[in-house]
Design a binder for this molecule. Structure first.
Ligand code: FAD
Length: 269
């Protein structure tokens, strides 16, 4: 299988750098083809601006979404954007690897998303009707591919637990996993998170490597997170709210992950 690893750390001799090298080796030795987009090494331009298109639609006002659409549809995107889109189309699985910085991804990776996820490529795809609200959240250009986050965090696991002060890790990562990965169609694997990254020594690193190795070995066989597809009946359209008879009275991010067994039990009770 083809795997794209997008790596966002400024130092190759970091924990992230070591985990990236390990992941590439492990995947290659399992027979996969691996491409790495090492964003700092590539000197990736993070900010969206008018230089992203070689031929502007309007020279009076730079409208990000419409210039993106125009450039994507007509071959006017800057080359670096097109190259990364090609890698995404080539990949059967995509791994985004980064240290958690201010409860999110480093700016360089956010900028990779903002520029590579063009209008017509990652959003603005598909028709809108009373039963179908665009090809997104389970459908879209990247449907059929898998994605996984590989994240290191300074905080402890308990800090990110159900009552941890930072908020649950699933909630912290929801905008990335649901909003950035599931949105254009990826099946999203549970994240691989290294907590308390600063206290990593040789023996802990060996354990982390083993756990990561197992996760990589099952990248194509383990179950993805059961995010609810937008257009398969769970949501009222166009309100895009979860149907009132599903998990009645419950709110919060977790309602967008289905627990089919307990829901079918509930419906038959
Ligand atoms: P490094 O600093 O490179 O290494 C961590 C430890 O691993 C070191 O002790 C190092 O010696 C050891 N190590 C490295 N390589 C190896 C190896 N090959 N073998 C054995 N040991 C090794 N944390 C949060 O939880 N939430 C936040 O919101 C958050 N925001 C941050 C914002 C900023 C701007 C910064 C700088 C940090 C933030 N942190 C946060 C902490 C951050 O997540 C960690 O610093 C980061 O995840 C550590 O990853 P690293 O690759 O930089 O580790």
């Amino acid at each position: 299988m083809n795997i794209l690893l997008v790596h966002a750390h400024p130092e190759s001799r970091s924990l992230n750098g070591a985990l990236k090298d390990f992941a590439v080796q492990r995947l290659q030795s399992a027979g996969h083809s691996v491409k790495v987009s090492d964003l700092y090494e590539m000197n990736w331009k993070a900010a969206v601006d008018a230089a992203d298109t070689t031929q502007r639609l309007s020279t009076t006002r730079f409208d990000v979404a419409f210039e993106s659409k125009h450039a994507f549809e007509n071959g006017f995107q800057s080359e670096d954007i097109g190259r990364e889109q090609e890698k995404l189309l080539w990949a059967d699985a995509v791994i985004l690897q980064f240290p958690l910085w201010w409860y999110s991804m480093p700016a360089i990776l956010k900028g990779w998303i903002e520029r590579v996820y063009a209008f017509g490529f990652a959003y603005g795809v598909g028709e809108h009707s009373d039963t179908h609200w665009g090809d997104r959240f389970g459908e879209g250009t990247l449907a059929g591919k898998r994605a996984m986050l590989m994240v290191t965090a300074g905080g402890w696991e308990s800090h990110y637990g159900p009552r941890g002060i930072n908020g649950p890790i699933d909630d912290i990562l929801y905008p990335i996993q649901h909003g950035i990965l599931f949105y254009p169609g990826f099946d999203v694997m549970p994240p691989f998170v290294v907590y308390r990254a600063g206290s990593t020594d040789e023996s802990r690193f060996a354990r982390i490597r083993d756990e990561l190795g197992q996760r990589l070995d099952t990248l194509f066989s383990a179950d993805p997170i059961a995010f609810r597809p937008q257009n398969k009946g769970d949501y009222d359209i166009p309100a895009l709210t979860l149907r009132s008879d599903i998990l009645p009275g419950q709110t919060g991010l977790s309602v967008h992950v289905s627990d089919r067994k307990s829901e079918s039990r509930h419906l038959t009770e």
